[in-house]
Each structure stands twice: as C-alpha cells, then as structure tokens.
Design a binder for this molecule. Structure first.
Ligand code: ADP
Length: 486
C-alpha cells in the first residue's frame, strides 16, 4: 500500500492542507504565546508597582509620594497638584503611622487577590497579609548578594515578585495565576477550534479549486481514451485556449488531426493499391484460363501470352512505384546529390523517349540552357521520364512537345509543354494525387499508367526543395513546370 495516493488531486490536496495546517498552527501558537506574555506582564506590573509604595513602610527609608495615602489637608494657597506631594522638609512619619499605611495598602492589595510577606534583616517574618497561601512561604535566599533587586518567579500556581537585597530585608508580593491559566487554556481551546475551522474551510475551498482546475485533464483523458478506442474523429473540447491545459488540448487535437489524416491516407492507399493490383491479376487469370480450357491456335496462345506479359509488366511498374512511395512515406527517401549538367541529362532522356515519340509521329523540340546544378541524377532522370513519357503517352498522333531549360533568378526552370488534348480544370487539382487518373476507361482496361507517376515526380521535386505546377487547357495542350533551387 502506498502512503501517498497516486491521484494528482489528492497529492496536491494533501500538500496544500498540510501547508495550511502548519501556517495556521504556527500563527495561532504565536498569537497564544503573545497573549500569555501580555497577561503575565500585566500581572507582573500589578505585583511590582506596589513594591515601591510598601518598601518605605517596612524599611526606614524616605517615603516617595503616595497617591492614595491619607495626608493632612492642604494648607491655604496650595494647588490641587500638591494634594499628594509631601514637602521634602516634612519630618519622617512615626512607626504607628507607617504601620497604619501598610495596613491600608495591604488591605487594598488583598482585595485585588495579592498577598505579601516581609522578612526583616534577621530573617524573621515581620509582616504578612492574611491571604498568604499555606505551604512553602520560606524566606528567599541570597538577599545580601548582588545588591537590591526584584526577581520574578512562578511557584505552585502563584506568580511572585521577590524584592531582596534592600536595607529592610526581603519582600514578596504574589498572586494566584490559576484564573489567568484557566483563561489562557480556554483561549487555547477557542484558537484550536478556529484553527480546525480554517483548515477544514481551506480543505473544502482547495478541493473545489483543484477539482475545477483539473477538470480539463479529465476531459482530455476521456477524449484520448475514446480516440484510443478507435474513434479518430473525436476532438478535445478546448475551453480556454490561452491556459496551459488549453494549449495542451490544442496540441493534442492537432496531433489527433494528423493521426486521423495519415490513418485515412494509409487506409485509402492500401485499398487503392490492392484495387490496382486486382485488374492485371484478373486479366492474367482470365487469359490463362482461356488458353488452358481447350486446344487453341498458336495465334491465340501468342495473344494470350502477350496480354499476360503486359499485365505482368504493369504489375511490376506498380510494385516499383509503390515501393518508391513507401520510401517517401517512411522518410527513407534518400537523395544522392552531386553536381551535374542538367541539359545533358535532359538530352539523354529525350533520346530515350524518341522511339516512342516516333511511333506516334510526335516531334520533340528542346531549347536547353547549359546549366550545372546539384541534384540526384537517378531521381531527376525519373522526373524527366515521367513528364516526357506522359507528354508522349497522352499526345495525339502528329503532335509536338516542347522542352525548355532556363534559369530564373536563383532557380532552374524546366518546362515540358505539349499541344495534346489537355486536362479539364476540375481534374487539375487532383493530378498529383496517388492513383489519380483522368481517363478512368484506361484503368478498367488494365492498360494505362499506374496513376502514381506524378505523385512520385512531386515527391522527388519537393525532395530537392523545388516545386512542380501544371497548367492546361482542354484541346490546346498541357504545360508542366518544375522549379529547382540552384
Ligand atoms: P499515369 O500512370 O496514369 O500516367 P500519372 O500520375 O503520371 O499517372 O498521371 C496522372 C494522370 O494525369 C494521367 O492519368 C493523365 O490522365 C493525366 N496526364 C498526365 N500528363 C498529361 C499530359 N501531358 N496530358 C494530358 N493528361 C496528362
């Protein structure tokens, strides 16, 4: 079993809640500590303030002004601010008066829950309020060392201020901190509840937020599943194309588009190829059955064999063309480029085609500029053979063909023009498609071309980073133009 769940939603949620809990806890703990400090400081002040008031009454030292002491009524001409001021040259109060004031302060402190004990220099308790708690109220040690000082301490639920080292002995003022601690622990409970509420709220908000932001991923994976199951026409709905997931969905849609196109292309290509093969195979089967059925004349046998040979030649041309195209599709269409004289190559091909042209009484005129360029000799020869071969094949008796080789800027321009029957405008856009033939009748007879020649020509030209285009007019002729970079 895995400690962390695999789901992105749960992982993000877990980390988010963990982080939120740590932040909220640290803030609330810091707040509680701060509150505790403030409350303890208040208690400490409450305990420290009376020390200066008490000391003069337990020691024999000059008295500081006391605000709530009962003083003699102010004399004539004295301002209200003088009410609590004792003139410096006043005589020191007597023992009885000191005790009386001490009693008064003590009762005031007792009313506020503060106790006090005083030890004289001999270590005897000289004064103690009636609310001194039972137990360890021993005299604090070390009062003679380090001079006069006030020590804070917490003993058995009491906060105490210990004044030691003074001339009059030691004094302790203390107060129970039980109510304060109760208050602090109830604050802690309230803060813990607030913390739990914040984290729970954060969990819910996070759950919806993460769910909302991951929703497109669910859509993407759903669409990808349906596509993987075979529905290649399915696309991912792109809600926000600017977002990261929207961009991903866009890229995936493009990929699916290409995949669908290439899949369709593959299916069509296989169907077309098998269909093309079927015709010559049927011809061979029919002719051989005809020859074997019964005894035939030598003339009939010869005719059957000729037809079989033609069909076999057609099949060979077809398989070779298919092999060539499969190399283009597989990206294994390698060009062996070398510098050569293009005009020389054109002349060679014209020479090869001439016998065919002569059969049809077709004349070939060429106007060739002597140009050298880097090209694959075999492949460009194939281009020239296809274009010239078509020009002769689809030309009517006695027609003419014009070949020109020129340079135009940085390009080599090769034109093959004929004054044959031409191609209808609706057929022109499909001319370079695989298995496309204008004259379907020839296909049925199993005689015409493969319909792959121009597709291969285009692949070769584009392999040389060139372009091929066609323009034609019915009854006037056709012009193929090849542009290759120099
Ligand atoms: P095929 O093997 O049928 O010649 P191509 O791909 O070479 O296949 O040519 C495709 C089709 O284009 C041909 O079937 C033909 O109908 C048409 N075509 C090609 N060249 C010419 C031309 N010079 N004149 C008229 N039609 C042409």
């Amino acid at each position: 079993m895995k400690i962390f769940p695999q789901s992105i939603r749960w992982r993000v949620q877990l980390w988010y809640v963990l982080l939120l809990a740590v932040i909220v806890t640290s803030l609330l703990v810091a707040f509680h500590r701060n509150q505790r400090e403030i409350k303890y400081q208040a208690v400490d002040r409450e305990l420290t303030d009376p020390i200066t008031r008490i000391l003069p009454h337990v020691e024999n030292r000059p008295q500081p002004p006391l605000r709530n002491r009962r003083l003699p009524p102010p004399g004539p001409g004295m301002g209200p601010e003088d009410d609590f001021e004792r003139p410096p040259n006043r005589p020191q109060p007597g023992r009885a008066e000191r005790e009386e004031v001490l009693e008064e302060i003590t009762s005031e402190l007792v009313a506020r829950g503060i106790f006090l004990i005083h030890w004289n220099r001999r270590g005897e308790v000289s004064f103690a309020s009636e609310n001194v708690p039972e137990g360890n109220r021993g005299r604090p040690g070390g009062d003679s060392e380090g001079g006069e000082k006030i020590i804070k301490r917490t003993v058995k639920g009491f906060r105490e201020m210990v004044h030691t080292g003074g001339p009059g002995g030691s004094l302790i003022l203390g107060k129970s901190i039980v109510p304060l601690e109760k208050e602090l622990s109830s604050l802690a409970v309230r803060l813990a509840l607030v913390g739990v509420a914040i984290v729970a709220g954060g969990f819910l908000v996070g759950w919806f937020l993460i769910g909302w932001s991951l929703k497109p991923i669910g859509k993407i994976s759903g669409a990808a599943h349906r596509i993987a199951a075979g529905d290649l026409s399915e696309r991912i709905e792109v809600g926000n194309p600017g977002s990261e997931l929207g961009q991903l969905a866009g890229v995936l849609n493009e990929t699916f588009e290409r995949l669908e196109r290439s899949f369709e292309h593959q299916v069509r290509f296989t169907a077309d190829a098998s269909h093309e093969m079927r015709t010559p195979i049927s011809v061979i089967l029919a002719k051989s059955q005809f020859a074997l059925n019964r005894e035939r004349s030598p003339e009939k046998y010869r005719e059957c064999l000729r037809t079989c040979l033609e069909s076999a030649q057609h099949m060979r041309a077809l398989t070779e063309a298919l092999l060539e195209l499969s190399k283009v599709d597989a990206g294994k269409f390698v060009l062996r480029t070398s510098e050569g004289n293009l005009a020389g190559l054109v002349r060679e091909v014209v020479h090869m085609i001439e016998p065919l042209a002569e059969e049809k009484r077709v004349t070939i005129d060429s106007s060739l500029e002597e140009l050298t360029a880097g090209y694959d000799d075999q492949k460009i020869r194939q281009v020239l053979l296809n274009l010239l071969g078509n020009a002769v094949k689809y030309q009517r008796e006695g027609g003419s063909i014009q070949i020109t080789l020129t340079s135009d800027g940085g390009e080599i321009v090769l034109m093959v023009a004929d004054n044959g029957p031409g191609i209808a405008p609706e057929n022109l856009p499909h001319l370079f498609e695989r298995f496309y033939r204008v004259d379907r009748a020839r296909k049925r007879e199993g005689r015409g071309g493969t319909g792959l020649g121009l597709a291969i020509t285009k692949a070769i030209v584009e392999g040389h980073r060139g372009r091929i285009s066609v323009s034609s007019e019915l009854g006037k002729g056709t012009v193929f133009e090849v542009r290759l970079p120099k």
